[in-house]
Ligand binder design. Structure first.
Ligand SMILES: Cc1cc2nc3c(=O)[nH]c(=O)nc-3n(C[C@H](O)[C@H](O)[C@H](O)COP(=O)(O)OP(=O)(O)OC[C@H]3O[C@@H](n4cnc5c(N)ncnc54)[C@H](O)[C@@H]3O)c2cc1C
Length: 389
């Protein structure tokens, strides 16, 4: 191993989650470093950037809803702070979302979602098909009704990632553009990593934020490795005309033949259509079938998309966890913390993750709102001791 360079906090992974952790840690005065061959890359280069706490609500995920809402509430200040600091426009757009139904089954499903939202104290409004089309004239005549959610917004995740890199640089975060090959453990404590070229990076605390690769770092004890898996998502990007008013003025989404499809219109004129959900390991091939299904389903919602230029197709990997919620905070190995498993809400959860990780790095304790997301909920030892007698 060559020379060792040390920091207070070393973050493995420079996706949006690692970057926000590093930025907030550096703001607290920690000497902070990030190790990643390509900081600012990762799933954010593909993600749609919906900030959809309300429309993404699922049965059994009410605990996650609390964290999602806590992060959504932070977004206006978070985005303003990042833009002021870096000068980057994040494409943050408080445009709202319309979830629509194309047939009777979809409508029943949306009605259930509406009921669940109301039970959870969330704001959403049921609209007839005609009311939906009045809001979004490009919608297909077959739309049978929908849910208007004015509180679910969007941001451009590529811009967010770029701004977070700039914010880290301003705050003095050191970037090691390398692959972390192995965690170093000294006297039962995480002490840093060894990079692919054999350089040792030492640290007081190590945060593993490797997205879908978080469960694969060598040197991490078996019972501490996060149970994170890659969930592939393919996305298509089109360009909207600027001529006669907006093509779409808010995010439109639906479940078509059992698959989720959404159209996210950015102020820049980009229209993001996503996303497939495939359990195929670390494969990021864009397939004809994936693109076909996205365009077919999106076309049922908004027939006019077939006229638009197709600008990009891409696939990325969501870091999925067993309960679809993130793993935040200390592990069973002293000095090793996790910030991973954000699955389909990593963009939404960026602000609250940064605050929670900075808090736990400084105090050793997760803040109240993040406590249910301790990685220890998956450790066998904890599960056994928490069994009722
Ligand atoms: C198609 C798609 C659509 C999505 N849409 C949305 C959405 O609308 N709203 C939303 O909130 N979320 C969305 N997401 C989810 C969101 O993008 C992710 O949850 C989030 O980007 C995860 O960020 P991350 O930093 O944890 O991981 P990643 O982005 O995967 O970043 C991990 C980083 O760690 C690095 N790394 C890993 N291992 C090592 C190592 N050993 N050494 C050095 N570096 C390492 C990698 O190079 C990478 O840069 C979507 C995701 C996809 C794929």
């Amino acid at each position: 191993m060559s020379r060792t360079r040390t920091s207070d906090v070393l973050v493995i992974g420079g996706g949006i989650i690692g970057l926000v952790t590093a930025w907030r840690a550096a703001q607290r005065g920690f000497a902070t470093a990030v190790v990643d061959p390509e900081p600012g890359g990762g799933a954010a280069q593909v993600a749609a950037g919906m900030l959809a706490a309300v429309t993404e609500l699922h049965y059994g995920e009410q605990t996650l809803l609390g964290l999602n809402l806590a992060s959504a509430r932070r977004y206006p200040d978070f985005a303003a702070e990042l833009t002021e600091l870096t000068g980057h426009d994040l494409g943050y757009r408080r445009c709202g979302t319309l979830a629509v139904a194309l047939d009777a089954d979809d409508r029943a499903h949306l009605r259930e979602l509406h009921a669940l939202q109301q039970q959870s104290g969330l704001e959403s409004q049921w609209l007839s098909g005609r009311e939906c089309r009045r809001l979004e004239p490009m919608l297909a005549p077959g739309v049978r009704g929908g849910l208007r959610v004015d509180g679910d917004h969007q941001i451009d995740p590529r811009r967010l990632a770029g701004a977070l890199v700039a914010a880290c640089e301003r705050e003095g975060v050191v970037f090691h553009r390398a692959w972390a090959e192995r965690l170093t453990v000294v006297a039962d404590r995480a002490a840093g990593v060894v990079t692919a070229d054999g350089t040792g990076l030492g640290a007081g605390q190590v945060v593993l934020a490797g997205g879908s690769l978080s469960g694969r770092l060598a040197g991490v004890p078996e019972d501490v490795l996060p149970p994170v898996r890659p969930v592939k998502g393919q996305v298509v990007r089109l360009t909207m005309p600027r001529r006669h008013g907006p093509f779409l003025s808010r995010t439109v989404r639906a479940v078509v033949r059992g698959s989720h499809v959404y159209l996210v219109p950015r102020e820049s004129g980009e229209l993001v259509i996503g996303a497939t959900s495939e359990e195929l390991g670390w494969d990021t091939t864009v397939t004809a079938g994936g693109v076909y299904e996205l365009l077919r389903d999106a076309h049922e919602l908004v027939p006019g998309i077939t006229e638009l230029p197709l600008t990009e197709t891409r696939a990325g990997l969501r870091p999925g966890s067993p309960d679809n919620a993130p793993l935040l905070g200390p592990t069973g190995l002293e000095g090793l913390l996790l910030a991973t498993g954000h699955y389909r809400n990593g963009v939404l959860l960026t602000p609250v993750t940064g605050d929670s990780m900075a808090h736990v790095l400084a105090t050793g304790e997760l803040p109240e709102e993040a406590r249910p997301f301790t990685p220890k909920r998956f450790s066998t030892a904890t599960a056994l001791t928490e069994q009722p007698a």
